[in-house]
Design a protein around this ligand. Sequence first.
Ligand SMILES: [Zn+2]
Length: 244
Amino acid sequence: MFPSALATIILLAATAAAHFTVPNDDQDMSGVVVNGISYSTRVKYMRLANEALFEQSGPCPFAAYGTIIVNHTADEIVCRGANFRTGDPTRMLMKHPSIHGEISAINACTTVFAGRNMTPTEIYAAWGELSICTTSLPFHTNAESCPMCASAIRWSGFKEYIYGTTIQHNYNVGWGVITLSSYDVFQQTRQLPGYQTVMLGQILTNETDPLFSWQYNESYPCPNGCEKRMSVTRGYLGCVDPNA
Ligand SMILES: [Zn+2]
């Protein structure tokens, strides 16, 4: 199934319009099985990625970027992360501009591994081992990664990279983005040592897209029971947690 989807992706790339259009947008991924993992399992973990974000940042954070790292064999979340703009403000690491959800989750997993008294060499090897076998460590992020994070995913050697909302979607609804898709980043990483990372995008976009669609559109409905209120800092209507 995936090779045919990939063929479609390549075809779309060849017919892309002159304006910014990532080659992997608007794909219907329903029912796609990759690495023997069912679509319903993909959906389950994408929802858990959203829930991890809500737990850390409330029901309608402005930067709604959430990430979890999953061990499918154990059927468990190993680590989770959120964007530095919505992360725990008491943690200095979360104030660093490069700490996107993906980097945050990788850092969290590194801390877990270090807590097991693994050396840096053993930790590096662990990523690679986890990437090649069925005890995989797939990476779920509710939006397509920016080029920095896509590169970090490849440098880490994850077996899988699963995302929901695309860069193209967020570009279309007003977000400032770096207009380089994960597909294009991955195409340029084939010379990296280690293993290739399977990329599976647009999972559960009917639930992830609304999380990113209200920030620059006053008329877009608020997600998760949040309420429209005037933002003092931004000067226009945004969504806020009614219980905050
Ligand atoms: Zn990023």
